[in-house]
Design a protein around this ligand. Structure first.
Ligand code: HEM
Length: 516
């Protein structure tokens, strides 16, 4: 009798405790919702929040997203079902978030990349991100990038030969697959040390590339449909099944990593271990270049905690971040050059001045002299940032220019719109490489231009990207005059994770006669 009395009492106390916790949670939630709702923003649907605005076909997504950002003139909040998203507007707000070492956790949507990229550098946080970032940073040292330059040149020679077959001044063709295959060949060899030879394939678009496009689209769709957040519902839907199909293609590709690791280990055992980017020889006596993977293996041999799975996650991340972004940047540059002949002529003049009529490959030093081309690349990334938005999750309250944003909110930084803020850019939609003349840069807020993000989680590959883009564009411009077939108003923009034109970039190429 006494024992059961104690049991009832304990049960009652537990019940009270649970009720108390529940009330606390509800109270906290109510406080959070009130704080978010005190921020400006469009009226949400009772259940779905502002999700319905973006439930449009993939090729209407950019328009809907752009419309949302253009109609809200200040920082604004949107609700993704129960999740609050705070959309930034001004560079000062961007600086508060990006420059801080406290706000380094990515927003919920990045979780949907985990099945593909695991918790590689792009998607991880906390301790894992810190230690891996520290470990990987030296692999992007300038000296190592210089060694990769040989790969850029080799792949661009192939690109130029491929383009020669269609460059008759009359044939209209899509530049996108040419550039995609070139950047894929580059990243595969520099990241994994594997020759892919995508440029030799006759396919218009490889399965790997199609799977990247599809998985990016599916990830974004999922991020805007809260009922697809749990794996159990997602994988039951057609979207989830398509996602799994894409995964098997993408991982099929990097499944080679353990085999590559084994091969590299064998080479190491028979030779002195390498600590710098350098070259060894393969079975046929050809120079074998050091890849990022080798440098990570070096780090592991030196005591770094890196499992095979960690290595594969990083290679998957490089393969995605390192080719889709540069492809988009390059293709948009080709489009803008093809629609702005005076800019194209000035870029060609600069190259004539550097190469003096010679057809020798560019050196790293030549790339440094391509100042005007660099401004073109930067201005292209302003108008069409390859990564049009990024996100963070807040773990503490933040004041963003007078707006009190509570912990638990998701922050959306719409890089595309930050780059077209009329307060920072007098003609925000015009293509003007001189926006990057030093005196103009000095006049602007440093966070008004963030194509590579900024602060502790900025893009680790930005120097790689700039070198690669200069090499590719210089090859095209030294050999060809680009004529864009379409105008801006003919293009439909796709905003998956990367900003790209729906139907590629159609051009005609005309042989350029070199001035000496
Ligand atoms: C034009 C080319 C590129 C652009 C516009 C670009 C842009 C970006 C942006 C905006 C971020 C931040 C993402 C976020 O906060 O969610 C990022 C991160 C990253 N990028 Fe790039 N990227 C480019 C090329 C590359 C290349 C070539 C590589 C590798 C070879 C690379 C590797 C990475 C990695 C590993 C991260 C994650 C860094 C971290 O969180 O510590 N990117 N990139």
């Amino acid at each position: 009798m006494e024992t059961s009395g104690v049991g009832v009492l304990a049960g009652a106390m537990l019940g009270v405790l649970l009720l108390y916790q529940l009330i606390l949670l509800l109270f906290k939630r109510r406080k959070f919702v009130r704080a978010v709702d005190s921020l400006p923003g469009p009226k949400p649907h009772l259940l779905f929040g502002n999700v319905p605005d973006l439930m449009v076909p993939p090729n209407k997504m950019f328009e809907a997203w752009d419309q949302r950002h253009r109609t809200n003139s200040t920082l604004f909040r949107t609700w993704i079902g129960p999740y609050a998203e705070i959309n930034l507007k001004e560079p000062e707000q961007v600086e508060t978030i990006l420059s801080s070492s406290k706000h380094i956790t990515k927003s919920n949507a990045y979780r949907f990349l985990h099945p593909w990229l695991g918790t590689g550098l792009l998607t991880s946080t906390g301790n894992k991100w810190h230690t891996h970032r520290k470990m990987i940073t030296p692999t992007f040292h300038f000296k190592i990038l210089e060694a990769f330059h040989d790969v850029f040149v080799e792949k661009c020679e192939i690109l130029a030969r491929k383009l020669a077959k269609v460059a008759d001044g009359k044939t209209e063709f899509d530049m996108y697959p040419f550039i995609t295959h070139c950047t894929l060949d580059i990243i595969c060899e520099t990241a994994m040390g594997v020759k892919l030879n995508a440029q030799d394939s006759t396919d218009k678009r490889s399965d790997y590339v199609s799977a990247i496009y599809e998985i990016s689209e599916l990830t974004l769709k999922r991020a805007h449909r809260p009922w697809l957040f749990p794996n159990i519902t997602f994988y039951m839907t057609d979207l989830g099944k398509r996602y799994k199909r894409c995964l098997s293609i993408l991982h099929g590709f990097t499944n080679k990593v353990p085999q590559v690791i084994r091969e590299r280990k064998e080479v190491r055992e028979s030779q002195q271990s390498q600590t710098q980017a350098s070259t060894t020889e393969d079975d046929l006596g050809r120079k074998k270049r050091t890849a990022f993977l080798d440098l990570l293996l070096d780090a592991r041999e030196a005591g770094a905690q890196l499992s095979d799975e960690d290595l594969r996650e990083e290679v998957d991340t490089f393969m995605f971040e390192g080719h889709d972004t540069t492809t988009a940047g390059l293709c948009w540059a080709v489009f803008l050059l093809g629609t702005h002949p005076h800019v194209q002529d000035a870029a060609a003049d600069e190259l004539d001045h550097i190469f003096q009529g010679s057809d020798r490959p560019p050196t790293v030093r030549d790339l440094q002299e391509m100042k005007y081309l660099e401004r073109i690349i930067k201005e292209t990334l302003r108008l069409f940032p390859s990564v049009p938005f990024i996100g963070r999750k807040l773990y503490q309250d933040v004041d963003l220019g007078g707006y009190k944003v509570p912990a638990g909110s998701l922050i959306n930084i719409p890089i595309y719109h930050i780059h077209r803020n009329p307060k920072q850019w007098p003609s925000p939609h015009a293509f003007d490489p001189d926006n990057f003349l030093p005196h103009r840069v000095a006049e602007r807020h440093p966070y008004s231009y963030v194509p590579f993000s900024a602060g502790p989680r900025n893009c680790i590959g930005q120097k790689f990207a700039l070198m690669e883009e200069k090499t590719v564009l210089s090859y095209i411009l030294r050999n060809y005059k680009i004529h864009a077939v379409e105008r801006m108003e003919d293009l439909t923009l796709m905003i998956d994770l990367i900003l790209r034109p729906e139907s590629g970039i159609k051009v005609r190429l005309e042989r350029r006669t070199r001035a000496s």
